[in-house]
Design a protein around this ligand. Structure first.
Ligand code: HEM
Length: 470
């Protein structure tokens, strides 16, 4: 903790110093927490894949408990491994990671396409330059996950609240590692605020979003037959149908926590998309290449709406690569794992209950692995054979982790971000509002090993100017 205190803005730089001095597997004492810092891809694979059945629990931070009804096991991402988690993951999988070409995949693609199209049309209708904020992007993503019911104000508050909680979970505080600091009472009002925000959000999601929709879904499936409805309005409808069709051993409260967690995934997508928009605004040459790629793709595979959709993905590798490059520069950390029993890692003994910290920041940002690592260069992920270009990812790049606790939302991230950025650059020139905003954007987008941007009122904004022709 003492070593890291010099790097408050980016603790991963401190961890890099530790790696440089002591090697790829380093035992640390962080407050009351025993931890191991892992910085090589090989050691990470040992934890995540080879010994994934042992290193599969999560740390227990008081703050996490407060967000999830005083029990971290209510959280999909922060619970220890259990049979319940296995059930929850398999329930979530088919909704959140639909198979390419399946009905679920097509429905999801359509939801995304409709919302992005609506946003683009509404912005074009304004004719003049529009200011795009993080709040706009969060709302776009939220509407793909859940169609707002009546009472828009409450929905907007929920979007804000989700982002607040997401931002908080992404932070790392001394009190997480030194819980007795809370005895001093200094954090009480902050803890109360976090808990109240999470509780009111959960009540709103349960009563006003999911509850009513669940009844309607049960009625509809009973009366119409399972496949009668063409298309789905949002991701929530897909999830609810999936739960109704596949009753499991989960309780109602467990289902509610799971759906609430997955719906909250929109904040992660929104923050990543806003980062990508920022990088595109700061790099006009890349933006121009993305525009040309989108224009050519639409010429090759035209449609009535003039919109880029997931069918264009195979012919738009640079757009796909711009998402990977944003993930690399973001370096969102892998959630720490904890070993259930005594274990070994790279021949070191690791005592049961040790927190494993994954230094993917080093793998993503080191000059040993990438040329100009600080620069936004999507082309680094594109390879060509003859006239065909395709995505190529090095083995040491795994932004969604792998193994039994790997991210469940990667497909939602890829599909929403792809459709949104492709249609934005096709229709608008994206730029910084002015020089002051440009340097603020560079500051906020500087790699810090954290996905959450500042909350909407403090986050940078960009301007969208309609392109004269597509
Ligand atoms: C930019 C966006 C995202 C990034 C970079 C990201 C990355 C990650 C990473 C690195 C993990 C930890 C894996 C591990 O511990 O081994 C994770 C876990 C998880 N992610 Fe994501 N994620 C993103 C978006 C999403 C979205 C949109 C959803 C839901 C729709 C989601 C759902 C989850 C869940 C449920 C887990 C916990 C899985 C478990 O512990 O069993 N993620 N994510």
């Amino acid at each position: 903790m003492y070593l890291l205190s010099k790097y408050q803005d980016n603790p991963w730089m401190g961890f890099n110093e530790i790696r440089k001095k002591y090697g790829d597997v380093v035992s640390l004492k962080m407050g009351q927490c025993k931890a191991v810092l892992v910085s090589s891809a090989e050691a990470m694979r040992e934890v995540l894949l080879l010994k994934g059945d042992v290193f599969c629990d999560r740390p227990s931070f008081h703050r996490y408990g407060l967000i999830f009804g005083r029990d971290k096991h209510n959280s999909l991402a922060l619970c220890d491994w259990s049979d319940l988690q296995k059930t929850r993951r398999s329930m979530a999988q088919s909704g959140v990671i639909p198979k390419y070409g399946s009905k679920c995949y097509k429905d999801l693609s359509k939801c995304i396409e409709n919302e992005v199209n609506l946003m683009v049309k509404q912005t074009i209708d304004c004719k003049e330059t529009t200011i795009l904020t993080k709040q706009h992007i969060l709302i776009l993503c939220a509407k793909i996950f859940i169609k707002p019911p009546n009472g828009c104000k409450k929905f907007l508050d929920a979007v804000h609240n989700y982002d607040y909680i997401f931002h908080d979970i992404n932070q790392c505080y001394a009190i997480d590692f030194i819980p007795y600091l809370s005895v001093l009472g200094l954090h009480k009002s902050y803890f109360d605020f976090v808990e109240d925000s999470a509780t009111s959000l959960r009540n709103y999601v349960e009563k006003e979003l999911v509850g009513q929709r669940l009844e309607a879904t049960v009625d509809r499936l009973e009366n119409e037959g399972i496949d009668a409805k063409e298309g789905r309005d949002d991701f929530l409808e897909l999830m609810l149908e999936h739960y109704v069709r596949n009753p499991s051993s989960m309780s109602w409260s467990e289902c509610m926590y799971e759906i609430g967690d997955l719906v909250g995934g929109h904040s992660a997508v929104g923050n990543l998309l806003m980062r990508l928009i920022g990088f595109v605004a700061l790099n006009p040459n890349v933006q121009n290449q993305l525009y040309i790629e989108a224009k050519n793709a639409l010429k090759r595979l035209p449609n009535d709406e003039g919109i880029i959709n997931l069918e264009h993905r195979p012919v738009m590798p640079l757009t796909e690569a711009s998402i990977l490059e944003t993930l690399r520069l973001t370096s969102s950390p892998i959630v720490p794992h904890v070993n259930k029993v005594d274990a070994t890692l790279q021949d070191y003994d690791i005592e049961k209950g040790t927190m494993i910290l994954f230094n993917t920041y080093y793998l993503n940002m080191s000059a040993e692995y990438w040329s100009d690592p600080q620069q936004f260069k999507p082309s680094r992920f594109v390879s060509s054979s003859g006239s065909v270009s395709h995505i190529s990812k090095p083995d040491h790049f795994f932004p969604f982790s792998s193994g039994r606790r790997a991210c469940l939302g990667y497909k939602m991230v890829q599909t929403i971000t792809f459709t949104a950025i492709a249609n934005l650059v096709l229709n608008f020139e994206i730029s910084a509002l002015n020089d002051e905003q440009r340097s603020e954007m560079s500051r906020q987008l500087a790699p810090k090993g954290c996905l959450a941007l500042d909350l909407s009122d403090k986050c940078f904004k960009v301007s969208l100017s309609p392109r004269p022709e597509k």
